[in-house]
Design a protein around this ligand. Sequence first.
Ligand SMILES: [Zn+2]
Length: 497
Amino acid sequence: MQAYELIIHGGRVMDPETGFDVIADVAITAGRIAAIGTNLGTAAHTIDATGLVVAPGFIDLHAHGQSIPADRMQAFDGVTTALELELGVFPVARWYDEQAHAGRLLNYGASTGWVFARIAAMTAQQVDPTIEGMGQATRDPRWVNEVANSSEMADILDRVRTGLGQGGLGIGFPNAYAPGTGVKEMSELCSLAADANAPTFTHVAYMSNVDPRSSVEAYTRLIGYAGSTGAHMHICHFNSTSLTDVERAAQLVQTAQRQGLKVTVEAYPYGTGSTVVGANFFSDPDFPIRFGTGYQAIEMVNTGHRFADRADVLAAQAEDPGALVLIHFLDVEVNARHRDLLDVSVLFPGGAIASDAVPWTRDGVTYNGDAWPLPDDAVSHPRSSGTFTRFLSRWVRERQAVSLMEGLRKCTLIPAQILQDSTPGIRKKGRVQVGCDADLVVFDYEALADRADFKAMNRVADGMRHVLVNGQPIITAGVLDLAARPGRPVRRPVTPA
Ligand SMILES: [Zn+2]
């Protein structure tokens, strides 16, 4: 009889919560970390981690893929928990049932998708609760542009309340896709979140360097919701929604935080975003002034087509509003000033790294199939495969902008802490401590590198030698287990209807 199921031997074990940073063994039994130390005894299986770092698996607060191919690409980026919090899903209970039935490689979870509640309450459209579904729903844009009347607002609140009761991890507010939403509606929803002790995850209402409807106006409003309702307002992709006003936005957020308001941020380490072509902000006649770029900054993911003018955008929106596009908002390859601006969001003190990973598509159709490696014509955004390794290799190892422990904290403990007041189960994640879930990465720090770029998005990242989810290896010696489905739900307690 062996003492443990698995022992990871001789790695540099790093725990961002306690500061533990020691060469040690980690023993695992029944999906949990059972012991940390030396001479732990015998185990049925062993992993030699000599020369490697053993750290908590990365917790991604912003993952739209939510499929086996998306999970696999993110596993090589060190992600062990992939959460869809910005858009959310609807109905929440059905979504969790579907994931459990299909099986997932990574731990999964989602917020209550307010935008899908709004689409259902204000239009007759039935759409998938996905980013592509939201794009398709712009064909009847009443939910995008209009204030809800009182019965619609009651309907929206009711649907969102139901989703929270079904264990949704908070409320997703992709407000920029429905900028016509009234402040009364948002404030009611924030009060609902505060009463339910649930966080909110916001893509702020406006993305613009200029007033009115500037990013600064949107952040000021978001901070107002935190102060006036008590809700925890988490800002999604602080890098992209701040455009070139990120320094001012960071001042506003830090001032709010110093006053004790529950405002948190995440960012991804790229100067290019991704969304659906149907998004209203692309057809705004003032788009070039508001974004500070020309139309050629918008690129179709599927074809690589760069837009020429507004008519070109309108034609693409009419054809397939759910089609995915890239939006090159900062030129970090060439422009040193833009690189500094990206640093403000990526290195924001106490901020999380989160990928905003988008679904994989082939020929413009979402790809959820089993082919591995992912086919060369499968496209997404490099962040869907390289966010965390990019941050750790470039910002942490090469530039030493923060220590490795602090870099890991931004990928593990900080996202866990953003959720843990409302989702007790996540207290067992983002840590390498006895009793915690054995979601672990074992990586070669010197070899860590993102390999995906805008020409070849399907390249997995380098450096992850072993990745474990709930104690089960999903990557062993750099090789993916195609059959593994150890992912479990991350969910708030379900309240009886
Ligand atoms: Zn977003």
